[in-house]
Design a protein around this ligand. Sequence first.
Ligand code: AMP
Ligand code: FE
Ligand code: FE
Ligand code: ZN
Length: 282
Amino acid sequence: MRIDLHTHSNVSDGTQPPAVLLAAARDAGLDALALTDHDTTDGWAEASTAAREIGVALVPGMEVSCRTAEGISVHLLSYLHDPAHPGLLEEITKAKDARLSRAERMVERLAEDYPLNWDDVTQHMAPGATVGRPHIADALVAAGVVADRSEAFASILTSHSHYYVSHYAPDPMRAVELVRAAGGVPVFAHPVASARGRVVGEQTFRDMIDAGLLGVEVDHRDNPEEGKAWLRALAARHALLVTGSSDYHGLGKPNQLGENLTAPDVLSRIEDLSSGTVVVRP
Ligand code: AMP
Ligand code: FE
Ligand code: FE
Ligand code: ZN
């Protein structure tokens, strides 16, 4: 069984529609795929239909944008939660709306120095998608300012950049509690990905575990090797699930489907521990 538990479609910042993503999963030889778009479950319906037709199991999921009191960005994966849970829905809607005004402000700042306007950003986006810096990167690529998203993130769009604006995001402890309240399984995404920005210290892991965290994404290309070893030891101490995944974004990132995998017994545990929705099996 080849299981990839973290991917994005163009319902957030991936480049492929959910049905195309499921077809790509089949072509990559995957048996099961989680769709984990940022702050939205709007891709679940199309992905479910495609999963049945294509013959790949779909694990409905989401990646919740969070920020700690110290201002450190945390991404929390949620698996098999109830998409209609009011508390969780309210928080992700707030974050998604805040992302829109934040992106508009970033474009205003960028427009002072680069040939870029808001239409250039929305042109490359699916209607209603969760907007993020990757979409601004796409507009900068189209304008010939940078070659690809990676170059944009390495320069103009870093969190230290003069053009960077932050957006509302719930505290990770609250997000963990809400995912659990919605019957979902919360897993800390790429927890030690230091190249992306500051990462949280051990106390935040403890606080998230106390709040109900159930797993850590260990096998992810952005976690350095020594960080993976530390995470495995933490997971063993606290009986956390250990996952692995690609964080595939279509053509938007070099990450390839199935480059990291999750063990079948871990997916079984996720199913046992959840009560919000179920895996869609062909
Ligand atoms: P945002 O959430 O809008 O602040 O943007 C962060 C998102 O950008 C993350 O979810 C990643 O998917 C994406 N991202 C981060 N670094 C890169 C990169 N080097 N190349 C492409 N996408 C990236
Ligand atoms: Fe992303
Ligand atoms: Fe992430
Ligand atoms: Zn992701």
